[in-house]
Design a protein around this ligand. Structure first.
Ligand code: HEM
Length: 473
């Protein structure tokens, strides 16, 4: 364990106290925070429209037109047929006429954007920005309109209307449209239930909401709103860095990554290397993820999936890693253990508090039928997460825990699902009473095909941006 992850003694105790007292205080303005941040939409169909703003007036006009449709976090009386949300890249804020002085008050990671941070994040080789899809990058794209619906034809209509609206304005250019679809069984393309462990939010999720993966010494904690929404105090009792003059209030940063999944490569790794694994291919696949395909955590049920446990919201996230230090049940290198080491990251888990993400990703592309060879079709996960601090939350998880496992005692071995393996890379799967089983990671299973860092303002701030009164150049 690194010293960085383990403040002991008075520092650790003070952090705990701050978390407990601040967690209860947040009073979110649900009418101002955009929807999908505090609670996920439950819609199966999504579309992401990336727009280039070639002229500030046209950009403001579009924002103004969108304002009436933007969906807030406030509970719905009648669910919207199509939800609409809007976020901007740093280049987009500039393209709307935001002054340099104002832009400089945003954190450096956001201003630099996903393209310039790519090398630091490990996006190299086939995942480097020069291979990203046109328009799916934040140096040339400015605005992201996210639409979701429970009926795909309603989404189609809205997408078409927006395409026409954008095409009809010379000051705008539709840079990219990405559709995404959740399947009925809610599994991602490698076949695992996704979106199970999400942080619990103080003042938002009702008391009694089950454990969500952020441990405290005894039981589980809710996180203060400021961990995900600007203008509110976070777990250390401070406010995350954001724009000056209060117009960042109730906004969040959004990280979007289009992650292509090589399903045929995943399946052949599991079947070929699983043949010699003592538990066979199915257990080996579960060991790479840390859960069985139905979501049963290996930590609680290491030998077989347990459908009752998987269906029980009170139990499916109620596990820790400290009793399994060698990873005999859930390998230290498994995806979920790397992405959220829980109490394995020191001080009973308090340090993971500062590195949580609200994940809102949706799979895209058709399923690869079982038994099929690679069909060359584009499929994967449109990864989306909301945070209050891109560097401390998303980049820390991606860079320090997933890409490079040094702080978790895994050397330079990458996450088995996400890593771009160097020759000799492996995932160590400990076997009780025997030598560990080493899974050879020979080719990437997931490749980044586009990425953007965006800021999703609160609704009042969005209106201010649309009106152009934010300190123009
Ligand atoms: C194609 C890429 C990915 C796939 C297939 C994938 C798959 C999964 C699956 C199956 C789970 C377990 C279900 C759950 O707890 O929700 C999970 C959990 C998780 N993943 Fe990923 N994931 C991907 C990318 C990422 C990325 C890029 C990040 C962050 C940078 C990430 C962070 C997490 C976190 C934080 C958890 C929850 C861990 C916990 O709290 O127990 N994942 N992922």
């Amino acid at each position: 364990m690194t010293p960085e992850l383990t403040p002991r003694g008075p520092a650790g105790r003070a952090l705990w106290r701050a978390i407990r007292t601040r967690a209860g205080r947040a009073r979110p303005d649900l009418g101002d925070v955009q929807g999908n941040v505090l609670r996920p939409y439950d819609n199966d169909h999504a579309a992401y429209l990336f727009v280039e703003l070639r002229d500030p007036t046209a950009g403001r006009r579009l924002l103004h037109d969108l304002l009436a449709d933007v969906t807030p976090s406030a509970p719905w009386v009648v669910p919207p047929v199509v939800t609409t949300n809007v976020a901007l890249t740093a280049a987009g804020l500039g393209a709307l006429g935001l002054g340099d002085e104002e832009l400089r008050t945003f954190p450096a990671a956001f201003r630099q954007g996903a393209v310039r941070r790519a090398a630091f994040l490990g996006d190299r080789g086939p995942a480097a920005p020069e291979h990203w899809e046109p328009g799916l990058r934040d140096d040339t794209t400015h605005l992201l309109i996210t639409l979701t619906a429970w009926r795909s034809e309603r989404l189609d209509e809205r997408v078409e209307a927006l395409h026409e609206r954008i095409a009809g304005d010379d000051g705008l250019h539709l840079a990219h449209t990405q559709r995404a679809e959740r399947s009925e069984d809610r599994r991602e393309h490698f076949g695992f239930l996704d979106g199970i462990a999400q942080p619990r939010l103080a003042g938002v999720d009702p008391p009694g909401t089950p454990a969500a993966g952020t441990p405290r010494r005894r039981g589980w904690q809710s996180l203060p709103l400021g961990e995900f929404v600007l203008g509110h105090t976070d777990a250390e009792g401070i406010r995350a860095p954001g724009p000056l003059h209060g117009w960042g209030t109730n906004g969040s940063y959004v990280v979007v990554r289009k992650l292509y999944q090589d399903v045929a490569a995943f399946r052949s790794l599991v079947s070929e290397q699983g043949r010699d694994h003592p538990g066979g291919p199915e257990l080996l696949a579960a060991k790479l993820v840390g859960r069985w395909p139905d979501g049963t955590p290996l930590t609680l049920s290491p030998d077989t999936p347990d459908p009752c446990l998987a269906d029980d919201p009170g139990r499916v996230n109620d596990f820790r890693f400290v009793d399994d230090p060698d990873g005999l049940r859930c390998p230290v290198g498994a995806h979920i253990r790397r992405a959220n080491p829980r109490d394995g990251a020191g001080v009973g888990g308090v340090m993971t508090t500062r590195h949580r993400l609200l994940r809102r990703g949706v799979p895209y592309g058709p399923r690869l039928p079982e038994g099929s060879a690679d069909d060359g079709v584009d499929r994967g996960l449109l990864f989306v997460c909301f945070v209050a601090d891109i560097e401390r939350q998303f980049e820390f998880v991606q860079r320090r825990w997933l890409v490079d496992g040094d702080v978790l005692g895994l050397g330079s071995d990458p996450d088995p699902l996400l890593g771009l393996p160097e020759p000799g890379a492996k995932c160590k799967v400990p076997v009780p009473g025997g030598p560990p089983y080493l899974v050879r990671l020979e080719r990437p299973l997931v490749v980044v095909r586009g990425a953007a860092y965006l800021f999703q303002p609160g609704l009042r701030a969005l209106a201010t941006l649309a009106s152009g009164s934010t300190g123009s150049r």
